[in-house]
Design a protein around this ligand. Structure first.
Ligand SMILES: Cc1cc2nc3c(=O)[nH]c(=O)nc-3n(C[C@H](O)[C@H](O)[C@H](O)COP(=O)(O)OP(=O)(O)OC[C@H]3O[C@@H](n4cnc5c(N)ncnc54)[C@H](O)[C@@H]3O)c2cc1C
Ligand code: SF4
Ligand code: SF4
Length: 421
């Protein structure tokens, strides 16, 4: 293991007590196949000692580890203390927090793995809607809300760029999402749609290769674990090397029950096993417990239960209980809204401002089915509990019956379209 080699080279360096080293993160998370490729460890390292391995796309030590412990302390699969992300104090001064719950005692173990105490519904929510953009790119995933919000924020001078996920330029990697800082409306539009792979997104917060003002302001669109990493780093101020956590002024979480290994899902299970022509694919969607893949001509190439693809899902996602992106300014998803619309949960005053700035570009209606969100969140938490209870064996089957995954979507069938537009 590279990290251990570097450690060997450090022999003779006195090791103070109480330190946690990168190789402990490597053993406990990365080599244990629990890493969810959020990039937090790369972003938090004050000596820029952690990079991304080009082949595995996992974190790797690129220079000497100082044993500062931060990679472990902030890793969502390591020592990140979730309860520190959502204390009431983080909401103070951010306007009305109707519906915000008073958090349980920080020593409550439940918090560490569930993203909130049982039965807290949608978490801290100021407003909730079903929303769609008036004009949206064809490849927008649902209502095109995220794209419209970012364009409005850029046009209004609220941000200088947005960390999004765009398709890889590499012809050998069709339908692979890669992290990118979009600084124009065109780049934001090109990045619309969902890519079902993680990107080590927060590693891209080293903004030095982009042409930005001295004090840049950026929005980040991410899966909930990525937003947890940002929120944790921002709430516990710490020098973060080259990575500009301080520049993040808006966070948008995409609702998420799992992500996938790109090679395993797109190349093996879809291209090789099912003969899918990836070049012709226009949309990949995980919805109502099913994997749906569509071609550009409208043909549905795959429509199967999501359990058939579980082999390519990231193992670390089983432990995740934050379906709803509770630490973000805005959470956006498909569940809870009717087809062609996005469900939007406004969690902070910053999130509300961003939505208000885009109002002219958006249609609003009452959130169609909040119960569907609560139900899927409860299901997600059950998986997290079961995955932690099972004996450590990455290949062991989950205790959970995946038939439940489908039933968790019952009631999430989209409401009939009401002609209010
Ligand atoms: C891995 C994954 C799992 C998801 N699971 C669920 C789910 O279980 N239930 C649910 O309701 N919704 C889920 N979503 C969210 C849903 O697919 C849509 O992203 C959401 O409804 C917003 O749609 P939109 O049309 O408003 O966004 P768009 O206007 O299409 O914009 C989408 C934005 O997301 C960014 N993006 C795309 N892929 C990624 C990625 N991998 N990581 C970070 N950013 C990305 C794009 O760059 C773009 O800026 C998931 C999304 C992802 C990426
Ligand atoms: S889960 Fe995130 S923080 Fe933890 S090792 Fe993986 S990339 Fe780093
Ligand atoms: S399921 Fe959780 S850990 Fe996995 S990508 Fe989604 S938010 Fe991250």
């Amino acid at each position: 293991m590279k990290a251990y080699r570097i450690r060997d080279e450090m022999n003779g360096v006195e090791e103070p007590p109480g330190k946690t080293w990168f190789w402990e993160l490597q053993a406990g998370v990365i080599d244990a196949d629990r890493c969810i490729q959020c990039g937090t460890c790369v972003a938090v390292c004050p000596s820029n000692s952690i990079g991304v391995d080009e082949d595995t796309e996992l974190p790797e030590l690129v220079k000497m580890c100082t044993g500062c412990s931060l990679c472990w302390d902030f890793c969502p699969r390591g020592g990140l203390r979730y309860e520190a992300l959502w204390p009431p104090a983080t909401l103070e001064g951010e306007g009305t927090t109707d519906g915000a719950i008073v958090r349980a005692d920080a020593s409550d173990n439940y918090w560490k793995i569930t993203g909130g105490p049982p039965g807290d519904g949608l978490g801290a929510v100021m407003d909730s809607y079903s929303v769609r953009a008036g004009a949206r790119p064809d490849h927008a995933q649902d209502g095109g809300v995220v794209t419209a919000l970012l364009i409005a924020a850029l046009a209004g001078g609220e941000i200088d760029g947005a960390l999004v996920t765009r398709p890889s330029d590499d012809p050998d990697e069709p339908w692979k999402g890669v992290a990118h800082l979009a600084t124009t409306a065109r780049e934001i539009i090109e990045a619309a749609g969902s890519y079902y792979n993680q990107t080590m997104a927060l590693a891209e917060l080293d903004l030095s290769k982009y042409d930005l003002p001295a004090k840049p302001r950026i929005a980040v669109v991410g899966t909930p674990c990525e937003i947890q990493g940002i929120r944790a780093m921002q709430s516990r101020r710490w020098p973060t090397g080259a990575h500009r956590i301080d520049a993040v002024v808006l966070t948008i979480a995409l609702l998420c029950t799992k992500s996938f290994d790109y090679q395993g899902l797109m190349l093996q299970l879809l291209r090789d096993d099912r003969g899918i022509d990836i070049e012709r694919v226009s949309k990949v969607d995980v919805i109502r417990g099913r994997m749906i893949v569509e071609y550009r001509d409208g043909e549905v190439a795959v429509d199967e239960p999501i359990k058939n693809f579980h082999g390519a899902a990231l193992k670390g996602c089983d432990e995740c209980a934050d379906f709803l992106g509770r630490s973000a300014d805005l959470s956006v998803g498909s569940v809870g809204a009717m087809d062609g619309w996005s469900s939007v949960l406004v969690r902070t005053e910053r999130g509300r401002r961003a939505l208000d700035n885009a109002r002219g570009r958006l249609d609003f209606r009452e959130l169609d089915n909040p119960e569907a969100l609560v139900k899927l969140d409860a299901f997600d938490k059950r998986i997290a509990f079961d995955s932690l209870r099972r004996p450590f064996d990455p290949d062991a089957p989950l205790f959970i019956d995946y038939a439940d995954h489908v039933s968790a979507y019952e009631g999430s069938d989209r409401a009939p379209v009401v002609a209010d537009h």
